[in-house]
Write a protein that binds this ligand. Sequence first.
Ligand SMILES: *[C@@H]1O[C@H](CO)[C@@H](O)[C@H](O)[C@H]1NC(C)=O
Ligand SMILES: *[C@@H]1O[C@H](CO)[C@@H](O)[C@H](O)[C@H]1NC(C)=O
Ligand SMILES: *[C@@H]1O[C@H](CO)[C@@H](O)[C@H](O)[C@H]1NC(C)=O
Ligand SMILES: *[C@@H]1O[C@H](CO)[C@@H](O)[C@H](O)[C@H]1NC(C)=O
Ligand SMILES: *[C@@H]1O[C@H](CO)[C@@H](O)[C@H](O)[C@H]1NC(C)=O
Ligand SMILES: *[C@@H]1O[C@H](CO)[C@@H](O)[C@H](O)[C@H]1NC(C)=O
Length: 491
Amino acid sequence: MYSQLFFSLSLICTIAQALSPAEWRAQSIYQVMTDRFARTDGSTTASCDLSDYCGGTWEGLIKHLDYIQDMGFTAVWISPVVKNLNASTADGSSYHGYWAQDMYAVNTNFGSAADLVKLSSALHNRGMYLMVDVVTNHMGYAGCGDCVDYSVFDPFDKESYYHPFCLIDYNNQTSMELCWEGDNTVSLPDLRVEDSNVQDMFATWIKQLVKNYTIDGLRIDSAAEVSKASLANFESAANIYAVGEVFNNNAEYVCAYQDSLSGVMNYPMYYNITSAFASTSGDIGALEQGVNTMKSTCKDVTLLGSFLENHDNPRFPSLTSDMSLAKNAIGFAMLADGIPIVYQGQEQHFDGGDTPQQREQLWKSGYDTGATLYKHITRLNAIRKVAIKNDDGYLTYNAYPVWTDDHTIVMRKGNNDTQVIGVFNNLGAEGNANFTLLATSSGFDAGMDVTNVLTCDKFTTDGKGDLNVKIKEGKPLVLYSTKQLDGSGIC
Ligand SMILES: *[C@@H]1O[C@H](CO)[C@@H](O)[C@H](O)[C@H]1NC(C)=O
Ligand SMILES: *[C@@H]1O[C@H](CO)[C@@H](O)[C@H](O)[C@H]1NC(C)=O
Ligand SMILES: *[C@@H]1O[C@H](CO)[C@@H](O)[C@H](O)[C@H]1NC(C)=O
Ligand SMILES: *[C@@H]1O[C@H](CO)[C@@H](O)[C@H](O)[C@H]1NC(C)=O
Ligand SMILES: *[C@@H]1O[C@H](CO)[C@@H](O)[C@H](O)[C@H]1NC(C)=O
Ligand SMILES: *[C@@H]1O[C@H](CO)[C@@H](O)[C@H](O)[C@H]1NC(C)=O
């Protein structure tokens, strides 16, 4: 019964086409931490010890896909799906999924293999896509340094597949690639991914995983801790878009990984956006410089993952509770070049800090679709979709800062008449300002009707195409041609 269901569902799923990197550009990704998103019982009151499994499942996620799709997301990134070590350690349990032991079995805390197939089908039936987090750097063992019983692993069940034990020195690239993540409580045996036999085993595995669950994209954990050549081989075996985690603020260092992977997380911009908007004295000039630096350094910024929060960094609201600053930072990240990625809980203004505090159970919000940032994100996804539809050059158009002052940065993305003009500031909820946005900056025509899609306020440019822009209570504006907005259902 089970195998028959599994077989027929896989058959249906294989009909769906995998997405190319170019097709991923048009997506908008919602990042789910599977253990913390939704439980099978739909509870909104279940307690959660943030260092242990809290009961989130793939079935729970399936039941709440409306919550994600109604915000305008087209893809869901989920935690690693494979079987992890089962122990409670001083570093907590494996609820996050990054401590694999058996790569050919699923993590039954999240459900069965059939449940995961169901999730994939449920997404595809909605015209949405599935991105799965994978780890190629290490396995996981509850232990003490190198006292590892390698026979518990599948498929890497011998010591010869691993580097000798040493803990990583993060200031030394060789050490990052050859030594072990983890500590003396949890050992993360470091795979010899530079070896062809290990690469072949990864290729066999990822081909099966992608096929078995009809996966559309991959997020590769710890990408800076494996060899670049192994990343390229892995993505090519998977034959779908992969975005790597290169946790570093240096543009040259991060962009270098785009020679091996289609995408990397835009960590340098994450740092720039955070510091520009986290306070009213943030450095807008550094943000402007950061945008330009990424464009001149990366092979293709439009294939990067653009994010403000994730499960590894303190949430933006842990730095400031100001709602206007949060709206600006989210807007800037979502309308930047690249594929927007929003981490569960951003829409609820969750404010967890360091790990595991930023991994709050989403269900405590009651999945409130009336939340201020839920509505904000919905509008940002909506205008992005309109811009993509109206301008076939929108996604590959490199956004650029057209005007800045100490507190404001105006970004343009898109071709004439359908350009999106984002006015972002760090004045904070008490701040008001106004300035003249010249036609030479915005590209607006004389007497052109434009709408702030975040509020539906309408304006008309003057005889030269200039516009006096008023910033109220520090809120961002996103200006778009009123005529081009017609029929979109926005405003
Ligand atoms: C983990 O171990 C506990 C206790 O040994 C057991 O009850 C539980 O089923 C195990 N969980 C998994 C996912 O194997
Ligand atoms: C960097 O790490 C490697 C591997 O552990 C080690 O052999 C090398 O000596 C380290 N280099 C420096 C400068 O510390
Ligand atoms: C894929 O499915 C096949 C058939 O059920 C199974 O033998 C194989 O182990 C699965 N591979 C992975 C990586 O899940
Ligand atoms: C912002 O980006 C610039 C240019 O890439 C960089 O030099 C600067 O250090 C960044 N600032 C912060 C706070 O990350
Ligand atoms: C525009 O800003 C200036 C200060 O820069 C202020 O004096 C003026 O009252 C503002 N005008 C409006 C219409 O808000
Ligand atoms: C876009 O508009 C500006 C200003 O109106 C004009 O100078 C420019 O040539 C236009 N570009 C294109 C590609 O039409």
